[in-house]
Design a protein around this ligand. Structure first.
Ligand code: 6PG
Length: 264
């Protein structure tokens, strides 16, 4: 068995405890290409039965190469941006032209370079008093309103080395939110800057497809914790991502550097 093959067997074994599907690749670029291809596939599939594709994207540094790839790589020009509504998973409570703003990053890396209609771009009102309710109202207004349809179609999540996702940080209040879709979060575990605004588990776990993209050595310890069944959501918020609908899919996209069992 060649070393890479041996690696992948060990990695698949070591990550077996992760809920959902696992896409594990040695090369982060190949992994990013796979996420891009799967995203386009999900969009096309959804547009087979609805007029719009409701997509929520995270901030942070990991997805930057994905956003770049969606803009410049001809293989991914098929993304149906004209029918896509773009939502934010979370945002720092700063103005949208602040260098720390996730929306500023989305605008610079993606929004300004793809043919998405202006009315389909939904920046999070993270500095607006009552912005949480305002964003939830916008979602409820634009998501299809069938009994089973108030759901996002696709959410791209990252994971911090502390196991947070979105802006759901360890021991932060929104981890216990069971009704509201959007919350403001602050507190000692919230990475700078703080406070932040974030989607909560009721909205995240209702999605049709949730992709968790984790790349790099810095994240391996957190993935290892989860694989060793550290399922305490207060300590490892990412373990609270558990899509609730039978037709939903959860897919982990990991490179070898982030995966326990690789190169051990
Ligand atoms: C943010 C992100 C955040 C991110 C993780 C991982 O606002 O920072 O939404 O939740 O996904 O912190 O960040 P990196 O991709 O930079 O490691």
């Amino acid at each position: 068995m060649d070393p890479t093959e041996m690696d992948i067997t060990k990695v698949r074994e070591a990550t077996r405890a992760l809920r959902g599907r696992r896409v594990i690749m040695a090369d982060p670029d190949e992994l990013i290409d796979t996420v891009a291809a799967h995203l386009i596939e999900a969009a096309k599939q959804r547009l087979g039965s609805d007029d719009h594709f409701h997509l929520a994207l995270s901030g942070g540094s990991t997805p930057l190469n994905l956003y770049r790839r969606l803009v410049i790589d001809p293989r991914f020009r098929a993304m149906p941006w004209q029918q896509t509504h773009l939502w934010q998973v979370d945002e720092r409570c700063v103005d949208h032209d602040n260098e720390l703003s996730n929306f500023r990053m989305l605008r610079e890396y993606l929004v300004d370079h793809v043919p998405i209609p202006g009315s389909h771009i939904h920046p999070m009102p993270a500095t607006t008093p009552g912005g949480e309710a305002q964003y939830e109202l916008a979602l409820r207004d634009l998501l299809p309103d069938g009994p089973d349809d108030q759901r996002l179609d696709y959410i791209l999540l990252g994971m911090g080395s502390d196991g947070h996702t979105a802006s759901l940080f360890p021991r932060s209040d929104p981890l216990c939110e069971r009704d509201c879709w959007i919350a403001t979060v602050d507190g000692p575990t919230v990475a700078p800057p703080r406070p932040r605004m974030t989607m909560t588990f009721p909205l995240i776990n209702a999605a049709r497809e949730v992709a968790i993209l984790v790349i790099g050595e810095k994240k391996r310890a957190a993935i290892q914790h989860i694989c060793l069944a550290d399922r305490d959501v207060q300590r490892m918020p990412i373990t609270g991502v558990q899509p609730s609908h039978d037709d939903a899919e959860l897919i982990w996209y990991l490179d070898h550097a982030a995966s326990p069992g690789s190169g051990d």
